[in-house]
Design a protein around this ligand. Structure first.
Ligand code: TGC
Ligand code: FAD
Length: 392
Protein backbone atom coordinates (compact mmCIF):
# COMPACT_ATOMS: atom_id res chain seq x y z
CA UNK A 1 0.00 0.00 0.00
CA UNK A 2 1.18 3.56 -0.72
CA UNK A 3 2.28 5.54 2.35
CA UNK A 4 -0.39 6.23 4.94
CA UNK A 5 -1.46 9.87 4.60
CA UNK A 6 -4.63 9.47 6.67
CA UNK A 7 -6.15 12.62 8.13
CA UNK A 8 -9.17 11.97 10.33
CA UNK A 9 -12.34 13.84 9.46
CA UNK A 10 -13.95 15.75 12.37
CA UNK A 11 -16.61 17.85 10.69
CA UNK A 12 -18.56 18.64 13.86
CA UNK A 13 -15.58 19.16 16.17
CA UNK A 14 -16.37 15.99 18.03
CA UNK A 15 -12.88 16.09 19.53
CA UNK A 16 -14.27 18.82 21.80
CA UNK A 17 -16.50 16.18 23.39
CA UNK A 18 -13.56 13.95 24.24
CA UNK A 19 -11.46 14.04 27.39
CA UNK A 20 -7.69 14.42 27.35
CA UNK A 21 -7.21 10.70 28.04
CA UNK A 22 -9.42 9.78 25.07
CA UNK A 23 -7.35 11.91 22.72
CA UNK A 24 -4.09 10.49 24.08
CA UNK A 25 -5.28 6.90 23.65
CA UNK A 26 -6.72 7.64 20.20
CA UNK A 27 -3.56 9.36 18.96
CA UNK A 28 -1.23 6.70 20.36
CA UNK A 29 -3.26 3.97 18.63
CA UNK A 30 -3.40 6.00 15.41
CA UNK A 31 0.37 6.45 15.40
CA UNK A 32 0.89 2.75 16.07
CA UNK A 33 -1.44 1.78 13.21
CA UNK A 34 0.34 4.14 10.80
CA UNK A 35 3.72 2.72 11.76
CA UNK A 36 2.96 -0.98 12.21
CA UNK A 37 -0.24 -1.89 10.36
CA UNK A 38 -0.52 0.29 7.24
CA UNK A 39 2.86 -0.62 5.74
CA UNK A 40 2.31 -4.40 5.91
CA UNK A 41 -1.41 -5.11 5.96
CA UNK A 42 -2.06 -5.23 2.24
CA UNK A 43 0.63 -7.89 1.74
CA UNK A 44 -0.77 -10.03 4.54
CA UNK A 45 -4.31 -9.68 3.18
CA UNK A 46 -3.13 -10.65 -0.30
CA UNK A 47 -1.33 -13.69 1.15
CA UNK A 48 -4.38 -14.48 3.34
CA UNK A 49 -2.17 -14.59 6.41
CA UNK A 50 -2.68 -13.15 9.87
CA UNK A 51 0.22 -10.84 10.83
CA UNK A 52 1.06 -12.62 14.07
CA UNK A 53 3.94 -10.30 14.80
CA UNK A 54 1.39 -7.52 15.54
CA UNK A 55 0.16 -9.31 18.67
CA UNK A 56 2.87 -7.89 20.93
CA UNK A 57 2.25 -4.32 19.72
CA UNK A 58 -1.52 -4.68 20.09
CA UNK A 59 -0.98 -5.78 23.69
CA UNK A 60 1.37 -2.84 24.27
CA UNK A 61 -1.11 -0.24 23.01
CA UNK A 62 -3.68 -1.75 25.38
CA UNK A 63 -5.95 -3.23 22.72
CA UNK A 64 -6.32 -6.54 24.60
CA UNK A 65 -8.74 -5.78 27.41
CA UNK A 66 -8.85 -1.97 27.24
CA UNK A 67 -11.63 -1.79 29.84
CA UNK A 68 -10.55 -4.79 31.94
CA UNK A 69 -9.16 -3.62 35.32
CA UNK A 70 -5.40 -3.20 35.59
CA UNK A 71 -5.16 -5.77 38.40
CA UNK A 72 -5.91 -8.44 35.76
CA UNK A 73 -3.53 -6.95 33.19
CA UNK A 74 -6.11 -4.84 31.33
CA UNK A 75 -5.71 -1.15 30.54
CA UNK A 76 -8.49 -0.01 32.92
CA UNK A 77 -9.80 2.53 30.39
CA UNK A 78 -13.35 3.73 29.87
CA UNK A 79 -15.69 2.74 27.05
CA UNK A 80 -14.97 5.78 24.87
CA UNK A 81 -11.24 5.05 24.91
CA UNK A 82 -12.06 1.43 24.02
CA UNK A 83 -14.24 2.62 21.15
CA UNK A 84 -11.64 5.04 19.82
CA UNK A 85 -9.04 2.31 19.93
CA UNK A 86 -11.25 0.02 17.84
CA UNK A 87 -11.92 2.90 15.42
CA UNK A 88 -8.21 3.43 14.84
CA UNK A 89 -7.37 -0.26 14.55
CA UNK A 90 -10.18 -0.92 12.06
CA UNK A 91 -9.08 2.17 10.16
CA UNK A 92 -6.04 -0.03 9.54
CA UNK A 93 -7.89 -3.28 8.93
CA UNK A 94 -11.11 -4.95 10.13
CA UNK A 95 -9.27 -8.25 10.55
CA UNK A 96 -6.82 -6.77 13.04
CA UNK A 97 -9.71 -5.18 14.92
CA UNK A 98 -11.46 -8.55 14.87
CA UNK A 99 -8.56 -10.11 16.72
CA UNK A 100 -8.86 -7.40 19.38
CA UNK A 101 -12.67 -7.71 19.63
CA UNK A 102 -12.46 -11.44 20.13
CA UNK A 103 -9.61 -11.24 22.62
CA UNK A 104 -11.11 -8.40 24.68
CA UNK A 105 -14.86 -8.70 24.50
CA UNK A 106 -15.44 -12.34 23.71
CA UNK A 107 -12.68 -14.03 25.69
CA UNK A 108 -11.42 -11.67 28.40
CA UNK A 109 -14.83 -10.18 29.15
CA UNK A 110 -16.64 -13.50 29.89
CA UNK A 111 -13.73 -14.72 31.99
CA UNK A 112 -13.73 -11.41 33.87
CA UNK A 113 -17.51 -11.18 34.25
CA UNK A 114 -18.45 -14.85 34.73
CA UNK A 115 -15.19 -16.58 35.64
CA UNK A 116 -13.99 -17.61 39.09
CA UNK A 117 -11.20 -15.62 40.71
CA UNK A 118 -8.80 -18.49 39.91
CA UNK A 119 -9.83 -18.38 36.23
CA UNK A 120 -9.37 -14.60 36.13
CA UNK A 121 -5.89 -14.84 37.62
CA UNK A 122 -4.90 -17.77 35.46
CA UNK A 123 -5.97 -16.42 32.08
CA UNK A 124 -6.52 -12.65 32.03
CA UNK A 125 -2.94 -11.40 32.46
CA UNK A 126 -1.72 -13.80 29.75
CA UNK A 127 -4.48 -12.70 27.39
CA UNK A 128 -3.79 -9.01 28.09
CA UNK A 129 -0.08 -9.42 27.34
CA UNK A 130 -0.71 -11.41 24.17
CA UNK A 131 1.06 -14.47 25.56
CA UNK A 132 -2.25 -16.27 25.02
CA UNK A 133 -4.60 -15.66 22.14
CA UNK A 134 -8.25 -16.58 22.55
CA UNK A 135 -11.24 -17.61 20.42
CA UNK A 136 -14.99 -17.50 21.06
CA UNK A 137 -17.10 -20.43 19.96
CA UNK A 138 -20.81 -19.70 19.65
CA UNK A 139 -21.73 -20.25 15.97
CA UNK A 140 -22.22 -23.79 14.70
CA UNK A 141 -22.61 -25.19 11.18
CA UNK A 142 -26.40 -25.37 11.65
CA UNK A 143 -26.90 -22.55 14.15
CA UNK A 144 -25.68 -19.08 13.19
CA UNK A 145 -28.32 -16.40 13.77
CA UNK A 146 -30.12 -18.72 16.22
CA UNK A 147 -27.44 -19.83 18.67
CA UNK A 148 -30.08 -21.02 21.14
CA UNK A 149 -30.44 -24.15 18.97
CA UNK A 150 -26.80 -25.15 19.45
CA UNK A 151 -26.05 -28.86 19.73
CA UNK A 152 -22.52 -28.77 21.17
CA UNK A 153 -22.92 -30.42 24.56
CA UNK A 154 -21.11 -31.86 27.54
CA UNK A 155 -21.72 -34.72 29.95
CA UNK A 156 -20.79 -35.04 33.57
CA UNK A 157 -18.34 -37.96 33.86
CA UNK A 158 -17.76 -37.62 37.60
CA UNK A 159 -14.30 -36.09 37.81
CA UNK A 160 -14.47 -34.25 34.44
CA UNK A 161 -16.81 -33.23 31.64
CA UNK A 162 -16.85 -34.80 28.17
CA UNK A 163 -17.38 -32.23 25.41
CA UNK A 164 -18.68 -33.04 21.91
CA UNK A 165 -19.74 -30.94 18.94
CA UNK A 166 -18.35 -28.37 16.53
CA UNK A 167 -18.19 -24.60 16.12
CA UNK A 168 -17.74 -22.92 12.76
CA UNK A 169 -16.58 -19.52 11.48
CA UNK A 170 -14.43 -18.89 14.53
CA UNK A 171 -11.99 -15.96 14.39
CA UNK A 172 -8.47 -16.76 15.66
CA UNK A 173 -9.37 -20.48 15.88
CA UNK A 174 -6.39 -21.87 13.94
CA UNK A 175 -3.83 -20.60 16.44
CA UNK A 176 -5.80 -19.70 19.57
CA UNK A 177 -4.31 -20.99 22.82
CA UNK A 178 -7.71 -21.12 24.51
CA UNK A 179 -11.33 -20.92 23.42
CA UNK A 180 -14.38 -19.83 25.38
CA UNK A 181 -16.91 -22.34 24.06
CA UNK A 182 -20.66 -22.24 24.64
CA UNK A 183 -22.21 -25.67 25.10
CA UNK A 184 -25.28 -27.27 26.63
CA UNK A 185 -25.23 -29.47 29.72
CA UNK A 186 -27.41 -32.54 30.11
CA UNK A 187 -30.39 -30.35 31.07
CA UNK A 188 -29.95 -28.30 27.89
CA UNK A 189 -28.69 -25.21 29.76
CA UNK A 190 -25.95 -23.19 28.01
CA UNK A 191 -22.63 -22.68 29.86
CA UNK A 192 -19.26 -21.21 28.91
CA UNK A 193 -16.29 -23.60 29.02
CA UNK A 194 -12.61 -22.75 28.65
CA UNK A 195 -11.04 -25.26 26.27
CA UNK A 196 -7.26 -25.27 25.95
CA UNK A 197 -5.18 -26.14 22.91
CA UNK A 198 -3.57 -29.52 23.47
CA UNK A 199 -6.61 -31.14 25.08
CA UNK A 200 -7.06 -34.52 23.42
CA UNK A 201 -9.81 -34.56 20.79
CA UNK A 202 -9.77 -30.76 20.31
CA UNK A 203 -8.84 -29.63 16.77
CA UNK A 204 -9.04 -26.27 14.96
CA UNK A 205 -9.05 -26.70 11.15
CA UNK A 206 -8.59 -23.45 9.22
CA UNK A 207 -11.25 -22.09 6.85
CA UNK A 208 -9.66 -21.27 3.49
CA UNK A 209 -10.67 -19.37 0.33
CA UNK A 210 -12.13 -16.28 2.04
CA UNK A 211 -12.42 -13.15 -0.07
CA UNK A 212 -12.97 -11.12 3.09
CA UNK A 213 -11.01 -10.60 6.32
CA UNK A 214 -8.07 -12.24 4.65
CA UNK A 215 -5.62 -10.92 7.25
CA UNK A 216 -7.63 -12.60 10.03
CA UNK A 217 -7.52 -16.35 10.59
CA UNK A 218 -10.89 -18.14 10.71
CA UNK A 219 -11.52 -21.77 11.49
CA UNK A 220 -13.54 -24.43 13.22
CA UNK A 221 -13.43 -25.72 16.77
CA UNK A 222 -14.06 -29.46 16.77
CA UNK A 223 -14.63 -31.41 19.99
CA UNK A 224 -14.43 -35.17 19.80
CA UNK A 225 -14.85 -36.55 23.32
CA UNK A 226 -12.71 -33.77 24.81
CA UNK A 227 -12.08 -34.29 28.54
CA UNK A 228 -12.49 -30.89 30.17
CA UNK A 229 -11.61 -30.33 33.84
CA UNK A 230 -14.67 -29.25 35.82
CA UNK A 231 -12.91 -26.09 36.98
CA UNK A 232 -12.89 -24.86 33.33
CA UNK A 233 -16.61 -24.09 33.32
CA UNK A 234 -17.42 -20.39 33.89
CA UNK A 235 -19.44 -20.48 37.10
CA UNK A 236 -20.91 -16.97 37.11
CA UNK A 237 -23.71 -17.14 34.56
CA UNK A 238 -25.55 -19.65 32.40
CA UNK A 239 -28.16 -19.41 29.65
CA UNK A 240 -28.01 -17.71 26.25
CA UNK A 241 -27.86 -14.32 27.97
CA UNK A 242 -24.24 -15.03 28.94
CA UNK A 243 -22.81 -15.16 25.39
CA UNK A 244 -25.25 -12.49 24.21
CA UNK A 245 -23.93 -10.08 26.85
CA UNK A 246 -20.40 -10.61 25.47
CA UNK A 247 -21.75 -9.75 22.03
CA UNK A 248 -22.99 -6.43 23.41
CA UNK A 249 -19.43 -5.48 24.21
CA UNK A 250 -17.98 -6.69 20.91
CA UNK A 251 -20.77 -5.08 18.85
CA UNK A 252 -20.12 -1.80 20.66
CA UNK A 253 -16.46 -1.98 19.55
CA UNK A 254 -17.52 -2.73 15.99
CA UNK A 255 -19.83 0.29 15.97
CA UNK A 256 -16.74 2.46 16.46
CA UNK A 257 -14.47 0.25 14.38
CA UNK A 258 -16.51 0.25 11.19
CA UNK A 259 -16.53 4.06 11.31
CA UNK A 260 -12.74 3.89 11.25
CA UNK A 261 -12.88 1.91 8.01
CA UNK A 262 -15.40 4.44 6.62
CA UNK A 263 -13.16 7.36 7.59
CA UNK A 264 -10.21 5.78 5.83
CA UNK A 265 -12.22 5.24 2.63
CA UNK A 266 -13.56 8.80 2.70
CA UNK A 267 -10.16 10.34 3.38
CA UNK A 268 -8.54 8.32 0.59
CA UNK A 269 -11.28 9.17 -1.90
CA UNK A 270 -11.24 12.89 -1.03
CA UNK A 271 -7.47 13.14 -1.52
CA UNK A 272 -7.62 11.17 -4.77
CA UNK A 273 -10.51 13.24 -6.13
CA UNK A 274 -8.58 16.46 -5.56
CA UNK A 275 -5.49 15.10 -7.31
CA UNK A 276 -6.94 13.11 -10.20
CA UNK A 277 -7.39 15.20 -13.36
CA UNK A 278 -9.94 14.27 -16.04
CA UNK A 279 -11.36 16.55 -18.71
CA UNK A 280 -8.69 19.07 -17.63
CA UNK A 281 -10.01 19.40 -14.07
CA UNK A 282 -9.72 17.57 -10.75
CA UNK A 283 -12.56 15.04 -10.54
CA UNK A 284 -13.41 16.64 -7.17
CA UNK A 285 -14.73 19.59 -9.16
CA UNK A 286 -17.52 17.52 -10.71
CA UNK A 287 -20.88 17.68 -8.96
CA UNK A 288 -21.45 13.93 -9.09
CA UNK A 289 -18.20 13.28 -7.21
CA UNK A 290 -18.96 16.06 -4.71
CA UNK A 291 -22.34 14.49 -4.03
CA UNK A 292 -20.67 11.20 -3.13
CA UNK A 293 -18.13 12.90 -0.87
CA UNK A 294 -20.73 15.14 0.78
CA UNK A 295 -22.95 12.17 1.56
CA UNK A 296 -20.00 10.26 2.97
CA UNK A 297 -18.95 12.97 5.42
CA UNK A 298 -22.57 13.48 6.46
CA UNK A 299 -23.00 9.79 7.32
CA UNK A 300 -19.62 9.61 9.07
CA UNK A 301 -20.47 12.65 11.18
CA UNK A 302 -23.88 11.24 12.17
CA UNK A 303 -22.19 7.94 13.00
CA UNK A 304 -19.51 9.63 15.11
CA UNK A 305 -22.15 11.42 17.18
CA UNK A 306 -24.13 8.22 17.62
CA UNK A 307 -21.18 6.18 18.91
CA UNK A 308 -19.96 8.99 21.14
CA UNK A 309 -23.39 9.20 22.80
CA UNK A 310 -23.51 5.41 23.05
CA UNK A 311 -20.11 5.52 24.74
CA UNK A 312 -21.40 7.99 27.32
CA UNK A 313 -24.39 5.74 28.01
CA UNK A 314 -22.13 2.70 28.23
CA UNK A 315 -19.82 4.47 30.69
CA UNK A 316 -22.90 5.18 32.81
CA UNK A 317 -24.04 1.54 32.55
CA UNK A 318 -27.17 2.64 30.69
CA UNK A 319 -26.57 1.44 27.10
CA UNK A 320 -29.12 -1.18 26.09
CA UNK A 321 -28.60 -4.18 23.81
CA UNK A 322 -30.95 -2.57 21.29
CA UNK A 323 -29.02 0.72 21.29
CA UNK A 324 -25.74 -1.11 20.74
CA UNK A 325 -27.32 -3.21 18.02
CA UNK A 326 -28.56 -0.11 16.19
CA UNK A 327 -25.12 1.48 16.28
CA UNK A 328 -23.41 -1.69 15.01
CA UNK A 329 -25.89 -1.98 12.17
CA UNK A 330 -25.70 1.68 11.24
CA UNK A 331 -21.92 1.96 11.30
CA UNK A 332 -21.37 -1.15 9.20
CA UNK A 333 -24.07 -0.24 6.71
CA UNK A 334 -22.73 3.26 6.13
CA UNK A 335 -19.14 2.01 6.03
CA UNK A 336 -20.02 -0.51 3.32
CA UNK A 337 -21.84 2.13 1.26
CA UNK A 338 -18.97 4.56 1.70
CA UNK A 339 -16.41 1.92 0.71
CA UNK A 340 -18.37 1.12 -2.46
CA UNK A 341 -18.75 4.80 -3.44
CA UNK A 342 -15.13 5.57 -2.56
CA UNK A 343 -13.97 2.72 -4.75
CA UNK A 344 -15.85 4.22 -7.66
CA UNK A 345 -14.22 7.60 -7.11
CA UNK A 346 -10.85 5.93 -7.56
CA UNK A 347 -11.93 4.37 -10.84
CA UNK A 348 -9.68 1.48 -11.87
CA UNK A 349 -7.13 2.34 -9.19
CA UNK A 350 -9.81 1.55 -6.64
CA UNK A 351 -9.60 -2.17 -7.28
CA UNK A 352 -5.87 -2.38 -6.59
CA UNK A 353 -4.02 -3.00 -3.37
CA UNK A 354 -2.23 0.32 -3.83
CA UNK A 355 -5.17 1.76 -1.89
CA UNK A 356 -6.98 0.39 1.17
CA UNK A 357 -10.54 0.82 -0.10
CA UNK A 358 -11.21 -2.51 -1.79
CA UNK A 359 -9.73 -4.36 1.20
CA UNK A 360 -12.01 -2.43 3.56
CA UNK A 361 -14.98 -3.12 1.30
CA UNK A 362 -14.34 -6.86 1.22
CA UNK A 363 -13.67 -6.95 4.98
CA UNK A 364 -16.92 -5.15 5.71
CA UNK A 365 -18.84 -7.91 3.94
CA UNK A 366 -17.90 -10.10 6.92
CA UNK A 367 -18.46 -7.37 9.48
CA UNK A 368 -22.03 -6.88 8.22
CA UNK A 369 -22.64 -10.61 8.84
CA UNK A 370 -20.78 -11.47 12.01
CA UNK A 371 -21.81 -10.39 15.50
CA UNK A 372 -25.40 -10.53 14.23
CA UNK A 373 -26.34 -9.97 10.60
CA UNK A 374 -27.79 -6.68 9.37
CA UNK A 375 -31.23 -8.36 9.26
CA UNK A 376 -30.97 -9.69 12.80
CA UNK A 377 -30.09 -6.20 14.02
CA UNK A 378 -33.11 -4.76 12.21
CA UNK A 379 -35.22 -7.35 14.01
CA UNK A 380 -33.64 -6.45 17.36
CA UNK A 381 -34.69 -2.82 16.82
CA UNK A 382 -38.08 -4.00 15.58
CA UNK A 383 -38.62 -6.13 18.67
CA UNK A 384 -37.51 -3.28 20.92
CA UNK A 385 -39.83 -0.65 19.47
CA UNK A 386 -42.87 -2.86 18.97
CA UNK A 387 -42.44 -5.27 21.85
CA UNK A 388 -43.04 -8.11 19.35
CA UNK A 389 -40.02 -10.34 18.53
CA UNK A 390 -40.18 -11.38 14.87
CA UNK A 391 -37.22 -13.78 14.85
CA UNK A 392 -39.41 -16.80 14.22
P1 TGC B 1 -33.78 -14.21 23.52
O1 TGC B 1 -34.98 -14.99 23.92
O2 TGC B 1 -33.95 -12.82 23.01
O3 TGC B 1 -32.76 -14.15 24.74
C1 TGC B 1 -32.35 -15.31 25.41
C2 TGC B 1 -31.98 -14.93 26.83
O4 TGC B 1 -30.86 -14.04 26.79
C3 TGC B 1 -31.22 -12.78 27.40
N1 TGC B 1 -30.57 -11.73 26.62
C4 TGC B 1 -29.50 -11.08 27.02
N2 TGC B 1 -28.82 -11.08 28.17
C5 TGC B 1 -27.76 -10.27 28.29
N3 TGC B 1 -27.35 -9.47 27.30
C6 TGC B 1 -28.01 -9.43 26.12
N4 TGC B 1 -27.59 -8.67 25.12
C7 TGC B 1 -29.14 -10.26 25.93
N5 TGC B 1 -30.01 -10.49 24.91
C8 TGC B 1 -30.87 -11.39 25.35
C9 TGC B 1 -32.72 -12.73 27.33
O5 TGC B 1 -33.24 -11.90 28.33
C10 TGC B 1 -33.08 -14.18 27.56
O6 TGC B 1 -32.93 -14.46 28.94
P2 TGC B 1 -33.84 -15.54 29.67
O7 TGC B 1 -33.41 -15.49 31.09
O8 TGC B 1 -35.26 -15.09 29.43
O9 TGC B 1 -33.55 -16.86 29.01
O10 TGC B 1 -32.96 -15.09 22.49
P3 TGC B 1 -33.33 -15.62 21.04
O11 TGC B 1 -32.94 -17.04 20.98
O12 TGC B 1 -34.74 -15.23 20.67
O13 TGC B 1 -32.30 -14.83 20.12
C11 TGC B 1 -32.35 -13.48 19.93
C12 TGC B 1 -31.31 -13.07 18.85
C13 TGC B 1 -31.71 -13.58 17.49
C14 TGC B 1 -31.31 -11.56 18.86
C15 TGC B 1 -29.92 -13.60 19.25
O14 TGC B 1 -29.87 -14.97 19.18
C16 TGC B 1 -28.83 -13.03 18.38
O15 TGC B 1 -28.32 -11.96 18.66
N6 TGC B 1 -28.43 -13.76 17.30
C17 TGC B 1 -27.27 -13.36 16.48
C18 TGC B 1 -26.14 -14.29 16.77
C19 TGC B 1 -24.82 -13.58 16.78
O16 TGC B 1 -24.70 -12.38 16.84
N7 TGC B 1 -23.77 -14.37 16.76
C20 TGC B 1 -22.45 -13.81 16.87
C21 TGC B 1 -21.43 -14.90 17.05
S1 TGC B 1 -19.87 -14.31 17.60
C22 TGC B 1 -19.24 -13.51 16.29
O17 TGC B 1 -19.81 -13.32 15.29
C23 TGC B 1 -17.87 -13.05 16.49
S2 TGC B 1 -17.18 -12.25 15.16
C24 TGC B 1 -15.75 -11.91 15.90
C25 TGC B 1 -14.99 -10.86 15.31
O18 TGC B 1 -15.21 -9.65 15.66
O19 TGC B 1 -14.09 -11.24 14.54
P1 FAD C 1 -27.55 -17.56 8.90
O1 FAD C 1 -27.97 -17.45 10.31
O2 FAD C 1 -27.76 -18.87 8.20
O3 FAD C 1 -28.24 -16.41 8.07
C1 FAD C 1 -28.29 -16.42 6.66
C2 FAD C 1 -29.19 -15.28 6.20
O4 FAD C 1 -30.52 -15.45 6.73
C3 FAD C 1 -28.70 -13.93 6.71
O5 FAD C 1 -28.90 -12.95 5.72
C4 FAD C 1 -29.61 -13.64 7.89
O6 FAD C 1 -29.77 -12.25 8.13
C5 FAD C 1 -30.90 -14.29 7.43
N1 FAD C 1 -31.73 -14.67 8.57
C6 FAD C 1 -31.46 -15.57 9.54
N2 FAD C 1 -32.46 -15.63 10.43
C7 FAD C 1 -33.37 -14.71 10.04
C8 FAD C 1 -34.63 -14.29 10.56
N3 FAD C 1 -35.13 -14.78 11.70
N4 FAD C 1 -35.30 -13.35 9.87
C9 FAD C 1 -34.79 -12.80 8.75
N5 FAD C 1 -33.61 -13.17 8.20
C10 FAD C 1 -32.92 -14.11 8.85
N6 FAD C 1 -19.00 -16.77 15.24
C11 FAD C 1 -18.49 -17.07 16.48
O7 FAD C 1 -19.16 -17.67 17.30
N7 FAD C 1 -17.22 -16.69 16.80
C12 FAD C 1 -16.42 -16.03 15.94
O8 FAD C 1 -15.28 -15.70 16.28
C13 FAD C 1 -16.91 -15.72 14.64
N8 FAD C 1 -16.11 -15.12 13.71
C14 FAD C 1 -16.57 -14.97 12.43
C15 FAD C 1 -15.69 -14.52 11.43
C16 FAD C 1 -16.11 -14.42 10.12
C17 FAD C 1 -15.16 -13.98 9.05
C18 FAD C 1 -17.46 -14.71 9.79
C19 FAD C 1 -17.96 -14.57 8.38
C20 FAD C 1 -18.32 -15.15 10.76
C21 FAD C 1 -17.89 -15.31 12.09
N9 FAD C 1 -18.73 -15.84 13.08
C22 FAD C 1 -18.24 -16.12 14.33
C23 FAD C 1 -20.07 -16.32 12.72
C24 FAD C 1 -21.11 -15.22 12.55
O9 FAD C 1 -21.50 -14.69 13.78
C25 FAD C 1 -22.27 -15.81 11.78
O10 FAD C 1 -21.82 -15.97 10.45
C26 FAD C 1 -23.51 -14.95 11.85
O11 FAD C 1 -24.03 -14.91 13.14
C27 FAD C 1 -24.60 -15.41 10.86
O12 FAD C 1 -24.80 -16.79 10.94
P2 FAD C 1 -24.79 -17.67 9.58
O13 FAD C 1 -23.56 -17.35 8.83
O14 FAD C 1 -25.02 -19.08 10.00
O15 FAD C 1 -26.00 -17.13 8.76
Amino acid sequence: MASDLFEAPDYYQIDDLLQEEHILVRNATRDWVKKEVSPIIEDYAQKAEFPKHLIKGLAEVGAFGPYIPEEYGGAGLDQISYGLMMQEIERGDSGVRSTCSVQSSLVMYPIFAYGSEDQRKKYLPKLASGEFLGAFGLTEPNHGSNPSGMTTHYKDMGDHYLLNGAKMWISNAPFADIAVVWAKNEEGRIHGIIVERGMEGFTTPETHNKWSLRASATGELVFDNVKVPKENVLPGRSGLGAPLSCLDSARYGIAWGALGAAMDCYDTALRYAKERIQFGKPIASFQLQQKKLAEMITEITKGQLLVWRLGVLKNEGRATTAQISMAKRNSVEIALKIAREARQILGGMGITGDYSIMRHMMNLESVVTYEGTHDIHLLITGADITGIPAFQ
